[in-house]
Design a protein around this ligand. Structure first.
Ligand code: SF4
Length: 117
């Protein structure tokens, strides 16, 4: 039995996941917690947030995030892809900044509008 705190919403339910019983979850107040608990023990994933440089914009950096969650084991490799990325202004929320990260079918997308200077 593994105990976890659900991070899907601020309520922070205390979950218990029973690995010997099909990863059944108790302590969740909603189905999202059951899904989170199962996934956290079988294939943990996270949405990543970061920033990239912007050229010619009213701000020098724009925030980005992955369009979906990616395996936890790929986080650092994915972050390294952003090290040398500079995008031209204007930047609009939802713009694809890096397509198909590590072949995972997930993009880094902008989460901030940055107008041209
Ligand atoms: S189980 Fe549901 S209500 Fe509880 S923290 Fe997770 S998402 Fe929120």
């Amino acid at each position: 039995m593994t105990e976890l705190i659900c991070i899907v919403c601020p309520k922070g339910c205390h979950l218990k996941v029973d690995e010997e019983n099909g990863f059944s979850v108790t302590g969740n107040s909603c189905p999202h917690g059951a899904e989170y608990g199962r996934k956290e023990l079988t294939n943990p994933t996270r949405v990543i947030t970061s920033t990239v440089c912007v050229e010619g914009g009213t701000l020098r950096r724009a925030s980005v995030k992955t369009s979906s969650d990616i395996p936890k084991g790929k986080i650092f490799e994915a972050m390294r892809l952003l090290d040398n990325v500079t995008i031209p202004a204007p930047v609009a929320i939802g713009d694809v900044v890096v397509k198909d990260i590590l072949g995972l079918g997930v993009d880094f997308i902008a989460t901030k509008n940055v107008p041209k200077l």
